[in-house]
Structures are given as C-alpha cells and as structure tokens.
Design a protein around this ligand. Structure first.
Ligand code: ADP
Ligand code: MG
Length: 325
C-alpha cells in the first residue's frame, strides 16, 4: 500500500515548466508564486463529490479532466489567463488503478492550458476532488458579472443541453441513439473550458458567467448583479446535436435549465457585434447572439413567432434540489 507521500510524489509531483510563474511547487509548506506585475490574481474553487456530482464508480480518466475543466471554466468567465492550481483530494484508498488515469488526464488538460499543479492536500475519506485555480488578469480586463449595460446584446458560446440530455438518458429517463449518447456523454464527462474565448473577449464583453447550473439560473445571477432584464428568443439558442433531435418542450427546457454545459454566457455592446464574432473565430469557438439586455429585472423568453415561452428557473441548487443531478 502506498503511503500518503509516495502517492503525492508518484502521481502529482512534477517539476514546473521553464518560464512559469511558479517559484516553488509541491513539497514545502506553501507554494511560492510570482505575483503578476501590475495584474490581479483571479482565484476560484470548485469541488466534485462522489454521489453528488458524479456516480460511484465514475471513470477516473473523465474525473481528472472534469475536475480541472470546471475550474478553468471559471477563469474563462473572468477573462483570466490560467497560471496554477492546487488539488485537495479525499480518497477511500491509495488505488493505483484510479490514481494513474486520474492524474494522467488531469495533467493532460493542465498542459493544454499551461497551468501548473503547485500543491494540495491528500487524505483518506469519501471520494472528493477540490481544485483551486489561479489566473492573471488586469483590473481593466477582468470580465465581471456586474458590468453589463442596458442595450447590450446577450451571447452564448458553443451548444447547450447535451450534457443534461446525456445524464437523463443514462438515468433511464430519455432515449437517444447510442451514437448521439456517446457524443453527448463527451459533453457531460469531458467539458471544454472556454478559456481561449474568455481571453479573446477581453475589452469586448461587458459581463460574463459560465453556465454550470443551467443558462436560466446562471444568467439570472449576471442580471441581478448588473441590475438588468433579458429578453431571449428560445429558437435562437444553440442546441447540442443530440438535443436538436428532441421535441420542442424538451429542447427549450434542457437548453435553458440543463446543467453542466460549461459554456460562457456574456454581454457585449451592440456596436461590437462583429468584434464578438471575430473573437469567436480567433478562439475557434462558436458564439450565438440569443437576445438583449434592458432596464428592469427577470428573463423574458419568447419563440420565433413572438409567443411567450413559460420557463421557470429550475437550475440545480444543492440545497433545494429542484432537479436531481
Ligand atoms: P502540510 O502538512 O503542510 O499540509 P502535506 O504534508 O499535506 O503538507 O503535503 C506535503 C506537500 O505535498 C505540500 O507541498 C502539499 O501542497 C503537497 N500536496 C499534498 N497533497 C497534494 C495533492 N493531492 N496534489 C498536489 N500536491 C499535494
Ligand atoms: Mg496537508
């Protein structure tokens, strides 16, 4: 059986890359990180708990990716450049057949974004993965939830709803073809953090949030922090390819209230419409204008004919549990 320190050394301790801002990585009481000159540190934590965020027995290869991806998604929504992260891990046992694929896929994603693992904590306990990410952004470039203006256009990246459709299909509540399910499962288990889009939107987006609990609920946070209302055309929402095959009511419900999309929802001035499209192109990420922001509060959803679509906020909340996740 591996000891705690053998486990850390074997699976998580790697030398920082040359030229990184890490002065001292794993192995001391603290890591030492060079503070970005004239910039701010953007810091965010997200935790994945077995039985709550993923099923017992979930593939460790997927978990290594997702645990870091959901954190990078928060840096993306702030327009921050990823720098470093810490990993707090509770494990029922030091099982190499779990640790090997978990750490491999964690570092695979870390390397794709040039982000270094600089420390953490390891303990025995029910499987829980908590990551804290750090990024750099200038004060002027940070894209807060509170920066939107009346008249701004509202945008979303990528496609919505397939992660939720995959989850409900795996739970036996829906049925889709095996090919569509396997691609929808990619969205659920291996989301792509929109880091390059977030960086490309600096100086263009006025506010942003990443869609983790469902577009409706996450947009509500952006609106309340910006003191604005939104009008959305449900037929303009970019649907995941599996969701596009579903009946209208399911399409609307999952695009608006499905969780785990990890797309960016953001606002930008109307006269920067072309700049947003160019930022999408530059970052190889599709972007879709889904509506507008106005004075007032709340979200008005209509269809292409102008008929009101009645949708309540059913985004996931861990303590009210209005949807199972
Ligand atoms: P302390 O007792 O001071 O909290 P530990 O003995 O727990 O330190 O950890 C030893 C070193 O290993 C520290 O530098 C810590 O940041 C690092 N570390 C512990 N667990 C992990 C992990 N899961 N991933 C990366 N680094 C880790
Ligand atoms: Mg410790």
């Amino acid at each position: 059986m591996l000891s705690e320190f053998e486990l850390i050394d074997r699976y998580f301790n790697r030398a920082p890359h040359a030229g990184s801002s890490v002065q001292l990585g794993i192995g001391d009481d603290c890591a030492l990180l060079e503070a970005p000159a004239g910039e701010l540190l953007a810091v965010s934590t997200d935790m994945l708990v077995e039985g709550r965020h993923f099923s017992p027995g979930a593939n460790p290869h997927d978990l290594g990716h997702k645990a870091l991806a959901v954190n990078l998604s928060d840096l993306a929504a702030m327009g921050a450049q990823p720098l470093a992260f810490t990993l707090a891990l509770a494990l029922p046992s030091a099982d190499p057949t779990w640790l090997q694929p978990f750490s491999e896929s964690l570092f695979h994603l870390a390397d794709a974004y040039g982000i270094e693992l600089i420390g953490g904590d390891t303990t025995r306990g029910p499987l829980t993965i908590s990551i804290t990410v750090m990024g750099r952004v200038t004060k002027a470039d940070a894209i807060k939830r509170s920066g939107a203006h009346a008249g701004d256009e509202l945008w979303v990246s990528g496609r919505l709803g397939d992660a939720r459709l995959a989850l409900e299909t795996l739970q036996g509540h829906r049925s889709i073809s095996p090919e569509l399910l396997s691609r929808a499962c990619e969205r659920l288990h291996r989301p792509t953090p929109r880091v390059t889009l977030g960086l490309a939107l600096r100086g263009i987006a006025t506010a942003a949030i990443d869609v983790s609990d469902g577009l409706y609920g996450d947009l509500s946070h952006l609106l309340s922090q910006s003191s604005l209302a939104a009008t959305i055309c449900a037929d303009d929402l970019p649907l995941g390819e599996a969701l596009a095959s579903q009946p209208t009511d399911i399409r609307y419900a999952m695009a608006l209230n499905g969780g785990d999309d990890y797309e960016l929802c953001f606002s930008a001035p109307e006269d920067q419409h072309q700049d947003v499209l160019a930022a999408g192109k530059r970052s190889h990420t599709s972007v879709t204008c889904i509506g507008k922001l106005d004075l007032g509060s709340g979200i008005n959803v209509h269809d292409r004919k102008g008929t009101i679509v009645s949708i309540s906020n059913q985004s996931f909340d861990h303590f009210t549990e209005n949807l199972s996740s």
